[in-house]
Write a protein that binds this ligand. Sequence first.
Ligand code: C2E
Ligand code: CA
Ligand code: CA
Ligand code: CA
Length: 275
Amino acid sequence: AKEHGRGRFEVFVPSLGARNRRASQVEAALREAIERGEMSLEWQPQVEVRAWKVASAEALLRWNHPELGAVEPSEFIPVAERCGLIADIGNWAMARACTEAQAALPGLAISVNVSPVQLMQEGFVEHVQQALRQSGLPPSRLEIEITESVFMDDPSAALSHLHALKALGVRIALDDFGTGYSAFQYLRRFPFDTLKIDRAFVRELMTHHDARAIVRTIVQLATTLGMHTIAEGVEEPVQLEVLNHAGCQSIQGYLIARPMPLLRLLPFLEGWAGI
Ligand code: C2E
Ligand code: CA
Ligand code: CA
Ligand code: CA
């Protein structure tokens, strides 16, 4: 509580000022994070339900700052997008993911998140090409994940970068499907290989009966359009059961494993025999 005039106190809620201070703190620290080696990746396995096989893994950025501690991507990615650091951070993650995968994860496909802001940057496609060349990772083993907000700003610019990536042989996934702005025409116009059903739908499978019908419809739509389907945030066996029944091909979530550093993923893959 903070004193306010004579004997008056008010409960502390972070004011706009405090939130801005935190954001500028994060921004200042973020500018040095890569050089100081504070960034790393964790990997979360993705399982093909039919074959019950770990076929791929998603790379997720981690940032550990000596004073701020572990800052979550949901906090620092938006800051990076606003202050022009997303290209550096995103390119670092892309290069690192390709290198780790080629060096240590033979045969595994990988997914790397790409912010729409990063996707639109001039030179983005060249950076991906360079990451592939320097690591030696075959393009067919790389998938990028982008969210629906890519439709908002400048769909035609986004589309041209995505087509260039496709021409390299890289796969494209639409992340968080169903949470934002999706129109059927975009699903047809954009070259998506994979549709990733958002955790919100998966969560509702437990409580809302119509969520099952919605998921079934999403899977049918994706299948009709020739896309692979994966559901994220699968935590409960019953969710897996419903998703499998709906025809969803792959799953990812705490039911299988939490994201983990490369050094833990290796023994996980060796010991994979199911859950
Ligand atoms: P996302 O791409 O939707 O990633 C899934 C998030 O859900 C991850 O959070 C993951 O740890 C978490 N998750 C996975 N399985 C479960 C589950 O079963 N239950 C629950 N409750 N959560 C689960 P994380 O790692 O904190 O990442 C948050 C977001 O930050 C990501 O959402 C993505 O949008 C962004 N992000 C992460 N790494 C990168 C990156 O390298 N580049 C960009 N541009 N964005 C990234
Ligand atoms: Ca993702
Ligand atoms: Ca997602
Ligand atoms: Ca999500």
